[in-house]
Design a binder for this molecule. Structure first.
Ligand code: SF4
Length: 218
């Protein structure tokens, strides 16, 4: 488990909850609009400190009476094989857990849900679930990507757990047709869109200006 950051107390990362936010390092996508390049790009990850897991757990232990739960986000938390162990420690403190994920690891997602380690999941739906569209917006070619995303959605739908599917809307990329298709296909889910945030993003370090609406950063 590699942890790159912690926000001690947030009112905006889990609706209705006071939560600490843990940022894991590393991701299997390279979304141009991503505003966490220091958690995603290896040459930037190397420049930042890894916060020892023991330090994070000790910090949460001291403050657990003042928060409802923990949001585990990234990066992409599910690329870490020891994620269940980490969340298990948080559960043992009596903390609720929200997981943010890009949906590429249904096996891990199923394991966490079956073992009752999660209370809420927010999963990205980057765009319509088609290979070419996903490759374009994520800057990556992940084997079996459409099957992985579809399987994760199905796991959430049948889990009984509270979840949210969400799309960050990139001006100039997400056309009305794409958004209409997503709203149609996800009509039965709790589906939300969120605006693209200006700022330092992966486009600044890569050649994906289209995905950032022509803005390289800042
Ligand atoms: S926005 Fe994309 S690149 Fe950034 S952390 Fe999420 S999935 Fe990874």
């Amino acid at each position: 488990m590699r942890i790159g950051g912690i926000v001690h107390s947030s009112l905006i990362d889990w609706e209705g909850k006071i939560a600490s936010v843990i940022f894991t390092k590393g991701c299997n996508f390279r979304c141009g609009y991503c505003h966490n390049p220091y958690l995603v790009l290896p040459h930037l990850i190397r420049k930042t400190r890894d916060i020892p897991v023991e330090e994070v757990l000790g910090d949460l232990e001291e403050r657990k009476e003042w928060i409802d739960g923990v949001v585990v986000t990234g990066g992409e938390p599910t690329i870490h094989a020891d994620l269940p162990d980490f969340i298990g420690h948080l559960n043992a403190m009596g903390l609720l857990i929200k997981l943010d994920t890009n949906g590429t690891n249904p096996e891990m997602l199923r394991y966490l849900i079956v073992n009752k380690l999660l209370d809420y999941v927010a999963m990205d739906i980057k765009t319509v679930i088609e290979v070419s569209q996903y490759q374009e917006i994520t800057g990556c070619s992940v084997n079996g990507i459409t099957s992985l995303i579809t399987e994760s959605v199905e796991i959430l739908r049948s889990s009984g757990i509270s979840y949210q599917l969400r799309t960050t809307v990139i001006p100039g990329y997400h056309t009305d047709e794409i958004l209409e298709q997503l709203n149609r296909e996800l009509a039965a889910d709790y589906y939300v869109t969120q605006p693209f945030r200006e700022g330092e993003n992966i486009c600044f370090y890569t050649d994906m200006s289209k995905i950032c609406n022509g803005r390289k950063a800042f």
